[in-house]
Design a protein around this ligand. Structure first.
Ligand code: ADP
Ligand code: ADP
Length: 239
């Protein structure tokens, strides 16, 4: 069965002018290890869709299933459990990284909360391994987010997202704020990590060329709706 099933999902916002139908009856599935690209112009609802699926937002209507289990409105302990299994990587990790935590602590905090580690030594070992995995030099462990360049900052964001070994990660424009020369490095890192760890991605971007190489399938959004879904190969074939 699919890892993620999205069924007739709606997320509306009440705004002064009325109701914003940010996500309006969207359905699709994502399988283990798959990368689904979600493309569309700014404001079409990509971010809201990603955030609603992983329960940073709560749906107005419709359903989200994670491994067959309905997570659309779960609360409390059940929601906590969902948050260990799904993660998000933002466009600008600087806005989401705590400026007062050094890199080592940024990665250590979620590990600590997981309660999986019996000793400080184990926790430090896992932190070091995660830094290694995403290519952050150990010498930077005591640096603060503002001391890193954009590419390294995004690597820290990725390491934090990976800390709890999630099954699914929403990548929300993860390379759009980076120099073009760095974009390919971060995309390659994301692909290598997927090969190694097997999680699924929903890759949100306004830039079709970015998802071309990384996605198995692509959804095109327009005004809150999915207007096209096909394999990446189909989309880029010339017939
Ligand atoms: P995209 O990621 O494709 O740029 P968003 O999901 O950010 O699109 O936004 C979709 C629509 O929802 C936009 O019209 C946006 O203004 C609106 N929107 C997003 N978040 C909120 C919010 N918290 N309150 C009100 N409207 C919102
Ligand atoms: P803030 O309330 O500080 O603005 P954000 O919404 O920017 O918080 O999230 C901060 C970080 O916490 C994110 O980068 C993300 O990795 C993590 N996070 C928060 N909630 C969730 C969630 N439901 N699922 C996955 N990660 C989450």
């Amino acid at each position: 069965s699919p890892l993620i099933e999205v069924k007739h999902l709606k997320k509306y916002f009440n705004v002064p002018a009325g109701t914003n139908h940010a996500v309006d009856d969207v359905s699709f599935t994502i399988h283990k290890g798959e990368t689904l690209g979600v493309v569309g112009e700014s404001g079409c609802g990509k971010s809201t869709l990603g955030r609603t699926i992983i329960r940073l937002l709560e749906a107005t209507d419709g359903q989200v299933l994670l491994e067959g289990k309905d997570i659309t409105h779960v609360q409390g302990e059940a929601l906590k459990k969902v948050r260990e299994q799904v993660q998000i990587i933002f466009q600008d990790p600087y806005s989401s990284l705590n400026p007062r935590l050094d890199i080592s602590r940024t990665i250590k905090e979620p590990l600590k909360r997981s309660g999986r580690f019996r000793s400080r030594a184990e926790l430090m070992k896992e932190t070091a391994e995660l830094m290694d995995l995403v290519g952050i030099d150990e010498r930077l462990r005591e640096a603060y987010p503002h001391e890193l360049d954009g590419g390294r900052r995004q690597r820290v964001g990725i390491a934090r997202a990976l800390a709890l070994r999630p099954k699914f990660i929403v990548c929300d424009e993860p390379v759009s704020a980076l120099d073009v020369s760095i974009q390919a490095q971060v995309l390659n890192l994301l692909m290598d990590l997927q090969d190694e760890m097997g999680m699924a991605y929903m890759f949100v971007t306004h830039d079709l060329s970015v998802v071309r190489h990384i996605s198995d399938n692509i959804c095109v959004m327009y005004l809150g709706q999915l207007v096209e879904k096909c394999s990446t190969q189909e989309l880029f074939s010339n017939n």
